[in-house]
Design a protein around this ligand. Structure first.
Ligand SMILES: Nc1nc(=O)c2c([nH]1)NC[C@@H]1CN(c3ccc(C(=O)N[C@@H](CCC(=O)O)C(=O)O)cc3)CN21
Ligand SMILES: CC(C)C(=O)C(=O)O
Ligand SMILES: [Mg+2]
Length: 279
């Protein structure tokens, strides 16, 4: 399993970090078998596997439930669990308790928090001091979709760019181990990556970041229809899945399935006598 130190070394040696989301046992198992560097149990699970239209409805209980399954599927991979909407905003005490629950129940290596206001910076410091590594997340922060007015590219003007760079530096100073940059212009992401000492992991933030993260179901096109511009797909599970289920339905209807090899038998002398009840 990679460590925080390995990630730092990858940045300085310009070896790119490959991260993917996973939400359950099979996706985690596949990601680990393929040799992924890091897994994110993203709160995007609300949209991708629960069918909500944003991440706002996701709870700490949901994150724990899915995080545990991911850990069982990927016992040897660095796992980051998202702290969901409002689980780190009410009070410092509640933030610590929620992070404790996620770390202890899922056995993750780090938690991820969106944003960089005073409270988030304090939480990042306090969690780190308590032994909980924090991954930061700037740019498009989906938990604030209702304030941002949609899933839109962020940091497009000079002022927003300067703010983002300041935030990134403050998060670094507060102890964050890595920074996810979501939906920001590649020029800005490259500058931030150069200016801070911790690794940046981009999603829709261009090739200049120290690593990349994408949503599992986007990469393999599974249950998703409209994909953001920044996604590249490498497989088409939708098509394969529909074809497979169609063939199964057809086999059942044509009595091709189940065949002899799918069927269990007992010895003739153990057979129940026929009762002829139907006649
Ligand atoms: N399946 C999935 N993939 C993701 O990457 C993802 C989620 N869900 N859910 C949580 C967030 C939401 N994300 C999103 C969702 C939509 C866009 C999107 O449609 N963006 C527009 C750009 C709009 C603009 O130009 O400002 C696009 O065309 O890509 C971006 C990020 C990223 N995350
Ligand atoms: C898009 C990534 C960075 C995320 O936070 C998620 O999947 O929830
Ligand atoms: Mg998230």
């Amino acid at each position: 399993m990679l460590t925080r130190t390995d990630l730092q070394k990858m940045k300085t040696e310009n070896r790119k970090i490959a991260m993917i989301t996973a939400y359950d046992f099979p996706s985690a198992k596949t990601a680990e078998k393929a040799g992924i560097d890091m897994i994110l149990v993203g709160d995007s699970l609300g949209m991708v596997v629960l069918g909500y239209d944003s991440t706002v409805k996701v709870t700490v209980g949901d994150m724990s439930h899915h995080g545990k399954a991911v850990r069982r599927g990927a016992p040897d991979t660095f796992v980051v669990v998202d702290m969901p909407f409002m689980s780190y905003h009410v009070s410092q005490e509640q933030t610590m308790q929620n992070a404790q629950k996620l770390m202890q129940e899922t056995d993750a290596q780090a938690v991820k928090l969106e944003g960089a206001n005073e409270e988030i910076l304090r939480a990042t410091r306090k969690l780190t001091e308590a032994g909980i590594p924090v991954v930061a997340h700037l740019g498009l922060t989906p938990q604030s979709v209702n304030v941002l007015g949609g899933f839109k590219v962020q940091g497009k003007d000079r002022q927003a760019g300067e703010q983002l760079l300041r935030d990134a530096k403050n998060l670094t100073d507060s102890g964050a181990v890595a920074l996810v940059l979501e939906c920001v212009p590649e020029e800005l992401a490259a500058i931030v990556t150069d200016e801070i000492t911790i690794p940046t992991i981009g999603i829709g933030a261009g090739p200049g970041c120290d690593g990349q993260v994408l949503v599992y179901h986007d990469i393999v096109k599974y249950g998703v229809d409209r994909l953001p511009k920044f996604v590249k797909t490498y497989a088409d599970f939708n098509t394969i899945g529909i074809e497979g289920v169609e063939a199964y339905i057809s086999d059942v209807r044509q009595q091709i399935f189940p065949a002899a090899e799918h069927t269990f038998n007992i010895k003739d002398n153990q057979l129940l006598p026929k009762t002829n009840k139907k006649e």
